[in-house]
Design a protein around this ligand. Structure first.
Ligand code: PHE
Length: 454
């Protein structure tokens, strides 16, 4: 508790920005566009937005509330609230999920570092569609490049965590998140001026209902959990840092709005450009990394725009890796019963993640190059496992925990001052956690796996 209090956030805006910083990241700018491109464009967007509505609010509020009530990380929070050890498996499952997620997240952050470096050297200037595709493949097959590029963000994240939560995360988020939004809006404007951009907009916004399959729904739900950082207890840690008088409902709403806005803006940059330059929307994980350089070359002050954009993307990724690693660090402190301090546990977390990065990079490029499990490499396997299975499952467990086992007072959701006009909130919140969220997740799972035919 001592540790938590010491590293708590200083202002309400700080919490919103830090939670939004955790939510907004590569999930919005890298994953969302390529998932949309692979899963039918507008149809995916529609299902995604519905998932955000059904799952986003209750789950984000749940995690923040658990954290704030217990004032701790997952490990003690479940025990503290339920009064027994029966939920500890969920804390361990979350820790496992966070570790795998962190490992593959740093690989993609490494791609950003690589493109930032290349933007600074003007490497991709003048490259056409084919060259950009070949260039990406060359980049991700180079072991030393990938290793260096993914270790750099690990070290940056550790350095920020070393100095504590409020001084690091809060200060950074306050300046950079608004900058990212402005830069993205400028890019949308430029892209919409390209010939043929209308086709891309239609692809992104006009749903073709025949594309909505059980698999697409499952992907969209997974993307929703991933993008909002819910389902692995990450926001429990942030909730623990949140001032008691802060309005959980309003904060969650603002975070979700910002997160969705950034994802939609990313789609509005990528898809018009995909069609204008002749890329394939179903290009997969490399989509954004081949399309963005093409877009950035078209901007005025192309070199500067490239450097600024990749720098902001890198920082958006960092605010997410900070939250992931903060979760690991806080858990180590708590599991050691205070024997390890913040600095020790930052060092341990850094060492573990560096080892994981080496394993992931080698399995992708080097010694274990062709290693495949169930037809996927380690990177793809982790991504699918985390997004499609572990996060939805964690979300299911978390909603049942709060819905059925956590006593909730009216003022947990809304501060006393606003209580009167928001009395309807609690019954809806509890009902959706008890019934709607769990049933929807179970149905999506069974339907997506083909066990049930809806
Ligand atoms: N939500 C982050 C993103 O969109 C990823 C993330 C997931 C971060 C879970 C923390 C916890 O990039």
């Amino acid at each position: 508790m001592e540790q938590t209090k010491k590293s708590g956030f200083n202002s309400k805006l700080g919490v919103i920005l830090a939670a939004a910083g955790s939510a907004i990241g590569l999930g919005n700018i890298w994953k969302f566009p390529y998932e949309t491109g692979e899963n039918g464009g507008g149809a995916f967007l529609l299902v995604y937005l519905i998932c955000v509505l059904i799952f986003g609010m209750p789950l984000l509020m749940t995690e923040i509330l658990i954290g704030r009530k217990a004032g701790k990380t997952t490990f003690s929070a479940f025990r503290e609230i339920s009064g027994n050890n029966r939920w500890q498996w969920l804390a361990w499952l979350s820790a496992f999920t966070v570790l795998i997620l962190t490992a593959f997240y740093f690989i993609v952050t490494g791609w950003c570092v690589n493109y930032l470096y290349e933007a600074a050297l003007n490497t991709y200037a003048g490259m056409g569609t084919e060259d950009l595709l070949a260039h990406f493949t060359a980049n991700v097959s180079s072991t030393p490049k990938l290793l260096i590029c993914s270790i750099i963000p690990v070290l940056c994240t550790s350095a920020i965590l070393w100095f504590g939560v409020s001084s690091g995360i809060e200060r950074l988020s306050k300046i950079l998140m608004p900058m990212l939004l402005v830069m993205m809006i400028l890019m949308v404007i430029r892209v919409l001026m390209l010939d043929g951009s209308g086709v891309g907009l239609r692809f992104f916004f006009a749903p073709d209902f025949s594309q909505i399959t059980p698999a697409v729904v499952m992907e969209a739900a997974g993307q929703c959990f991933f993008s909002l950082s819910v389902g692995l207890g990450m926001m429990i840690t942030y909730g623990a840092y949140m001032p008691a008088e802060q309005d959980v409902t309003a904060t969650s709403f603002q975070v979700i709005l910002l997160d969705t806005l950034v994802a939609v803006l990313a789609g509005m940059i990528i898809f018009p450009a995909v069609f204008a330059f002749g890329f394939d929307p179903a290009e997969g994980p490399q989509l954004v990394f081949v399309v963005l350089p093409a877009v950035l070359q078209q901007m005025s002050f192309a070199w500067l725009s490239g450097v600024v954009f990749f720098l902001l993307l890198f920082i958006a990724a960092l605010t997410s890796t900070i939250s992931l690693m903060e979760g690991i660090v806080a858990s180590i402190i708590e599991l050691s019963h205070g024997k390890l301090n913040r600095h020790h546990s930052v060092l341990i977390a850094t060492a573990v993640i560096c080892v994981l990065e080496v394993v992931y990079v080698l399995s992708l490029t080097g010694v274990w190059g062709g290693l495949q499990l169930f037809g996927h490499n380690l990177f793809e396997l982790s991504e699918t496992l985390v997004t499609t299975f572990l996060m939805p499952f964690g979300a299911l467990a978390m909603s049942l925990f709060t819905g059925w086992f956590m006593p909730l007072q009216e003022h947990d959701l809304v501060p006393h001052s606003k209580k009167r006009y928001k009395q309807w909130l609690r019954p809806i919140f509890v009902f959706s956690l008890r019934w709607i969220v769990p049933l929807a997740i179970v149905l999506i799972f069974l339907n997506g796996l083909g066990v049930l035919k809806l």
